[in-house]
Design a protein. Structure first.
Length: 60
């Protein structure tokens, strides 16, 4: 993905799922991993919501 596309994606707030407040601990654990590398720990309903949101908004 080009630098321009990464910047555009990172700054796109057209979808409410693009920006979600999380704890500092969760943010550090996730880092830059995608949903195949990190899922919300110990909370199946949050894990499903995270995976669905990530898939819906991820760049092609």
């Amino acid at each position: 993905m080009s630098q321009e596309r990464c910047v555009a994606y990172a700054n796109c707030l057209d979808d409410e799922r693009h920006l979600e407040a999380v704890s500092q601990r969760s943010n550090r654990q996730k880092a830059d991993k995608n949903s195949s590398e990190w899922l919300v720990p110990d909370n199946p309903s949050q894990t499903c919501r995270y995976a669905a949101s990530w898939t819906a908004i991820k760049p092609a």
